[in-house]
Design a binder for this molecule. Structure first.
Ligand code: FES
Ligand code: FES
Length: 164
């Protein structure tokens, strides 16, 4: 199969990769780059476990051929978000509110919540539900997840005007 080359800003670093045309972004991240925070759940775009941020928007990496992303694309995975203050605040809030059970959905949830808080530092319950609608959790019933996002948002508002 023909191979192609792309240079992206991946977790803050300019990264050039060569890969077969048609390779899924999820496989590229997990297998070639050992960025295993994105999980494969359904493999069909339904569960959100494979969520990454592409140019700051959540996207399901299981459905995206990596070659579709042009040079200069900004990609953020959970490994990159963990290095950002807002990502750490979100993860801590998820732990403290008991929103993490098996944890399989959590990287995708945190990424979707991070993208939401970048746009909306004080989201309503409805806004959080909408932002996380593509991320399924088999364990929690979502009440604690929504509480976690609200807690993180409140803490971030206290310390900064932007979630960074
Ligand atoms: S694994 Fe990608 S949406 Fe489920
Ligand atoms: S904590 Fe188990 S799927 Fe969400």
């Amino acid at each position: 199969m023909k191979s192609i080359e792309r240079t992206w800003k991946l977790n803050g670093t300019a990264t050039t990769l060569r890969f077969p045309a048609g390779r899924r972004l999820l496989d590229l991240l997990r297998e070639d780059l050992a960025l295993t925070g994105a999980k494969e759940g359904c493999g069909e775009g339904e569960c959100g476990a494979c969520t990454v941020l592409i140019d700051n928007d959540p996207a399901v990496s299981c459905l995206i051929p990596a070659g579709q992303l042009p040079d200069g694309t900004t990609l953020l995975t959970i490994e990159g978000v963990e290095k950002k203050r807002a990502g750490r605040v979100l993860q801590k809030a998820f732990m403290e509110t008991g929103a993490v059970q098996c944890g399989f959905c959590i990287p995708g949830m945190v990424l979707a919540a991070y993208a939401l808080l970048q746009r909306n530092p004080k989201p309503s319950t409805a806004a959080i539900r909408t932002a996380l609608a593509g991320n399924l959790c088999r364990c929690t019933g979502y009440v604690k997840i929504i509480a976690a996002v609200k807690l993180a948002a409140a803490r971030l508002r206290k310390t900064s005007s932007t979630p960074g």
